[in-house]
Design a protein around this ligand. Sequence first.
Ligand code: XMP
Length: 512
Amino acid sequence: HLLIIDFGSQVTQLIARRLREANIYCEIHPYQNVTEASIRAFAPKAVILSGGPASVLDENSPRAPQALFEMGLPILGVCYGQQVMMEQLGGRVEAGHHREFGRAFVSPNERNLDLTEGWYATGREQVWMSHGDRVTALAPGFDVYGTSPNAPFAITADPSRHFYAVQFHPEVHHTPNGAQLYRNFCRIAGFTGDWTMSAYKDQAIEAIRAQVGDAKVICGLSGGVDSSVAAVLIHEAIGDQLTCVFVDTGMMRMGEAEEVVTLFRDHYNIPLIHADEADLFIDALEGESDPETKRKTIGRLFIEVFEKHAKSVGGAKFLAQGTLYPDVIESVSFSGGPSVTIKSHHNVGGLPERMDMKLVEPLRELFKDEVRALGRELGLPESFVGRHPFPGPGLAIRCPGGITREKLDILRKADAVYLDQIRKHGLYDEIWQAFAVLLPVRTVGVMGDGRTYEYVCALRAVTSVDGMTADFYPFSSEFLGETAGRIINEVNGINRVVYDYTSKPPGTIEWE
Ligand code: XMP
């Protein structure tokens, strides 16, 4: 495996993506946590030093442990990582007289370099620069292998030691052939690109066994991909030491509770507590129309119910969560500390402290698409693995204003028709998330010979990569017309359907 030392660049995660795409296993460790001993313990085959916002000229700016450079490992420094290498290996960095941001073109010189094999098909390569400081004197042993008009040291290396240092960011989209450079580096370091999800699964199972021993573990299931994959993986590792708790808030989608219970209890034989708490949640929410109060009430009740059932398991020492890599990295890069913040919207956030449990987070190293691949590896049905995300507060935040049982029923039916339409038209996998919203507004219509006065249903569908930004999905008007017709015909209580053409920002994906 490969170690990426993170100096806090916004794009460090993309380095990991590029390597994983080449089937190379890597981990990002924040520089604060990296010591000579931690490197030896991790025993990487190669190390990448990431970019970062600091200047090596500033007092106390981050460095790599000096011993790293004596370990005989191939090292690639990127942007700030290049400056760290120059500074620590005896070169010189100065504040840049020409700051360089954005697109630049690197040309090779007469020396060949294994790192850039396959580059320069058109004579020069587009790269993406983002730096103020720059190298002005190379460290002993280094030579220049590529330059751009503003960066005479764009590509530098000491090939005899397999030390490489580049001033630009090969991991970003705007360095179109950057992935090649990472692949070359890994090949030089002796990686064969044979990391697979199946190998990862075995490794993860071993790690879970080592962590929990013979203690009991509980896991909150939501029916979403992350918690489902985590539960099945942990069950493979420790069998019936695991108990899952599925808190059924009564605000799930059509058929969802049955699906979760059947899959886990009957198919996987995982001990599962189905906490049917619809009355508790709906009674507490009825008459409440403020979105934040609704969310907080749901969060509080969730913890209460979970706590109650967790006690009945008989002293679980561990709580399993489907925390993903982006959650972990975000909290490292932006809070500056190694502590992991559990996103406040996580369903069982707040529990570990209250219950004095340790966390088991077997998906901490994976990206969403990798979690899906792991789910397939574990034999989870495609209907679970490929599911659209569903928020913890459920349909409550898709009924703006106050909820009632009647409204939830209407919404559930409309949502099922809408998703059926999307599946029938083969659009489900193109869309990040699609759902119906029941507006707290009634309008006048005419059906048959009679006047109607019923609710308006809004349809939402977005494309997104990570849910942070999103675009509305451009359905054809035929699709929308057909879907509106079906909803009005098949769902009592709705006589009008509208489509939401708002992107995020300025809208959010959910309506509350
Ligand atoms: P927004 O509405 O903020 O949502 O654009 C972004 C993504 O997060 C989901 N979401 C939640 N997921 N608990 C969750 O597990 C929550 O409280 C929650 N709120 C929003 C939302 O469905 C979308 O995918």
